[in-house]
Design a protein around this ligand. Structure first.
Ligand code: ADP
Ligand code: MG
Length: 440
């Protein structure tokens, strides 16, 4: 058992190396001479405005490109935020269709949502979350296109939603950061631990050599790291296991998103499954007897990992249920304990690797107190992910730095609405100034 599982255990020394490697890569991403070849692209997001609590009214938000497509209605009244949301399914044929079809469908969904909430005659600024379309589906002609334009064209084609205006498109990491910054001014990092993983953070403008915008105060910019691609050049090979290599080889994007594949919800269950299968084949689990499900890729869900680790070790009720779902014929207490141990190793490594990333950002930011806004089902539902990250990040940051990990409740969507709200406020102000004859 030890021989098979040992590669999943990584020493603090190696985690420190990971922090250092990431620091190098971030540096490359921020510099124009090295940006093209950098793994961690560090895109400036051009959003420097943080909500100040004066935003009021109703705002729409779209969460696109994640597991689900959601429309949200968010009401802001100072610190008070209420929201309603609805999940829409994007049918397979639309997912594989053209960008025009996709955005017509999205516009239909917004219209339905507005009908349900009787919103048609209201001035409604909209903010959209857009994450990369690399997570299992690809809609021709969307990636890299101007989403705002596609959305406005679709809205215009309908002709019955004249009051909806998309004012902001942001990344989900920025959404997580913004939604936490609304109640916690020290929030300087947004972290996603869901289907994939990514983070954004506040960087000093002087460090962002790729920046081509203005250099006004506050001389800071939000950097979307796209850190999931860390390791694509092989720099993380020293900690990869056979399980990781197998996952990569059979993925839709071999050689890409190496760091993400060791951490996020799309892969954690599969890493556990591969380890369990290895043990089973060595007659160390289930008397060597597997099942069709257990040998099926992707069939051991990441939520099983959470459920098994959260199970009561006095009766293993949930674990037994999962084994029955997987149609495993023989299983006993020793199997429950060993599978739980496998899950804990996979989770630990994922959480610790994410901690290495967070530590790297905290060290760069170098403020005494920083809050990290976190969104995503892995962090939200795993019983120990938060605690594991607290523990390891503390070990990996520079002495004297302090931090909080804060769950951003429905973060990304709320963040998008907040950015739209700020954009709307600035727009109104600009219009007013123009009306008053002041040049802007
Ligand atoms: P997205 O990142 O696509 O916006 P989510 O934040 O909901 O969506 O994350 C979805 C991912 O979370 C899936 O990969 C899924 O495996 C994982 N997940 C869902 N439920 C749980 C759970 N209970 N424990 C751990 N991971 C989970
Ligand atoms: Mg999401």
């Amino acid at each position: 058992v030890e021989n098979i599982l040992r590669p999943l255990e990584v020493s603090d020394e190696k985690y420190r190396q990971v922090v250092e490697l990431m620091e190098n890569d971030i540096h490359k991403g921020l510099n124009p001479e090295t940006h093209a070849s950098a793994n961690i692209k560090c895109f400036p997001t051009y959003v420097r405005t943080v909500p100040d609590g004066t935003e009021e009214g109703d705002f729409l938000a779209l969460d696109l490109g994640g597991t689900n497509f959601r429309v949200l209605l968010i009401n802001l009244k100072g610190q008070e935020v209420t929201m309603e949301s609805k999940i829409f399914i994007i049918p397979q044929h639309i997912m594989l269709g053209s960008g025009v079809q996709l955005f017509d469908h999205i516009a239909d969904c917004i219209f339905k949502f507005m009908s349900d909430h009787k919103l048609h005659d209201r001035h409604l600024p909209l903010g959209a979350i857009l994450t990369t379309w690399t997570k299992g589906f690809k809609c021709e002609g969307v990636e890299g296109h101007d989403i705002v334009q596609l959305l406005h064209e679709a809205i215009a084609r309908r002709g019955d939603m004249k009051n909806v205006k998309c004012l902001a498109v942001i990344n989900d990491t920025v959404g997580a950061l913004m939604s936490c910054a609304h109640s916690d001014r020290q929030c300087a990092v947004g972290l996603i631990l869901g289907t994939g993983t990514n983070a954004c953070y506040i960087e000093a403008l002087d460090e962002v050599k790729t920046w081509d915008g203005d250099h006004d105060e506050p001389k800071q910019v939000l950097i979307n790291t796209e850190w999931g691609a860390f390791g694509n050049d092989g720099c993380l090979d020293f900690i990869l296991t056979d399980f990781d290599r197998s996952i990569d080889k059979h993925s839709i994007n071999p050689g890409k998103q190496i760091y993400e594949k060791m951490i996020s919800g799309m892969y954690m269950g599969e890493i556990a499954r591969l380890a369990i299968e290895r043990l089973r084949k060595a007659n160390l689990l289930f008397d060597g007897e597997g099942s069709y499900h257990l040998s099926t890729r992707g069939r051991f869900y990441t939520k099983y990992v959470s459920e098994i680790e959260g199970d009561d070790v006095n009766n293993f009720t949930v674990t037994k249920q999962i084994f029955e779902e997987l149609e495993l014929v023989t299983h006993n207490e020793q199997d429950y304990r060993l599978v739980r141990y496998v899950c804990s190793l996979v989770s630990k490594r994922a959480a610790y690797l994410a901690s290495a990333g967070v530590a790297c950002l905290l060290n760069r930011i170098n403020r005494k107190e920083v809050t990290i806004g976190v969104d995503g089902s892995l962090y939200r539902f795993h019983p120990f992910f938060h605690d594991l990250m607290m523990e390891k990040t503390k070990v990996l940051i520079k002495p004297g730095l302090h931090f909080k990990l804060m769950l951003s409740h429905d973060g990304s969507g709320k963040g998008a609405a907040l950015v739209a709200a700020v954009a709307d406020r600035l727009l109104q102000k600009k219009r007013q100034l123009a009306k008053d004859g002041t040049s802007v």
